[in-house]
Design a protein around this ligand. Structure first.
Ligand code: CDP
Ligand code: CDP
Length: 233
């Protein structure tokens, strides 16, 4: 077919999805899609408009009518700029406030329906490295390559702490980070609609003790092998 391949990368918070997906996309000449930033943008809009996070009707209306744009940028810290209804929310969607509410919003059926529809329309012609929680299971079940990235909670909390340090943000307590991550893992894995789950045909990469570039290299190798195998069928 003339459709370009889709690489699906799923896994829990801090597994390295964003970092690695961005590197894999650059190496393979594909477009990087961060679906988590879309759930974060909707969460920001809900908070900004003063809508209660359990007001599913109002949130459904908002999610189906909002316009999300992801645009490339030269900024190395944020190579993708995130916009919702014309406002640049690239920075504000990373706050503790948005992070603590996003899993509750992302569990709502109407929100997922609206965002998945948008993601699938962007992926119609393939050519994506898409990263999130339900890419291989629901968004692109026919993806040519499916990766499930994991790491221990301790390792993932340590990575987040490093990220804060690098950005010169105030120091956060490691135990607190571990608790926050474990709570989000639990919410994302136990929700009714498309929970975080490894697709049956995904390969799992345990990343404790591996650098991001080592993980990227493994994935690129696997992609090349898979795509060659598929093209010879
Ligand atoms: O970067 P981090 O792992 O902290 O989170 P993210 O990828 O930005 O995703 C934020 C939240 O959005 C997740 O905790 C999920 O609740 C939700 N999400 C989702 O439900 N489905 C996706 N495909 C991506 C994110
Ligand atoms: O998107 P996700 O929440 O899965 O992870 P991320 O936002 O890419 O954050 C992972 C952090 O850990 C980044 O600072 C990476 O440089 C670092 N890291 C990694 O991504 N992969 C490794 N194997 C080791 C470290």
């Amino acid at each position: 077919s003339d459709r370009l391949p889709i690489i699906a990368i799923d896994g829990p918070a801090g597994a390295g999805k964003s970092t690695v997906a961005r590197q894999v996309a650059a190496k393979l000449g594909l477009v990087y899609l961060d679906t988590g930033s879309m759930y974060r943008a909707v969460t920001w809009l809900v908070l900004q408009q003063g809508i209660a996070i359990d007001d599913e009707c109002a949130i459904a209306e908002l999610a189906s009518s909002c316009e999300i744009q992801l645009t490339p940028s030269q900024d190395l810290q944020s190579p993708v700029q995130v916009w919702i209804n014309g406002t640049n929310v690239t920075q504000v969607i990373r706050t503790v406030e948005v992070t603590s509410k996003v899993s509750a919003i992302a569990a709502q059926t109407a929100v997922r329906k609206a965002l998945v529809k948008q993601q699938q329309s962007w992926g119609k012609r393939g050519g994506l490295v898409a990263e999130g929680r339900d890419i291989g299971t629901h968004v692109f079940p026919d993806a040519e390559v499916k990766i499930f990235l994991t790491a221990s909670v301790t390792e993932r909390a340590r990575r987040r702490q490093e990220d804060f340090k690098k950005q010169n943000l105030p120091e956060v307590n490691l135990e607190q980070l571990e608790r926050d991550i474990a709570e989000r893992d639990w919410k994302d894995s136990t929700r009714k609609v498309s929970p975080l789950q490894k697709a049956a045909d995904a390969i799992e990469i345990q990343t404790d003790g591996l650098s991001a570039s080592e993980v990227t290299a493994k994935i690129v190798d696997y992609c090349q092998e898979r795509l060659l195998q598929l093209s010879s069928l």
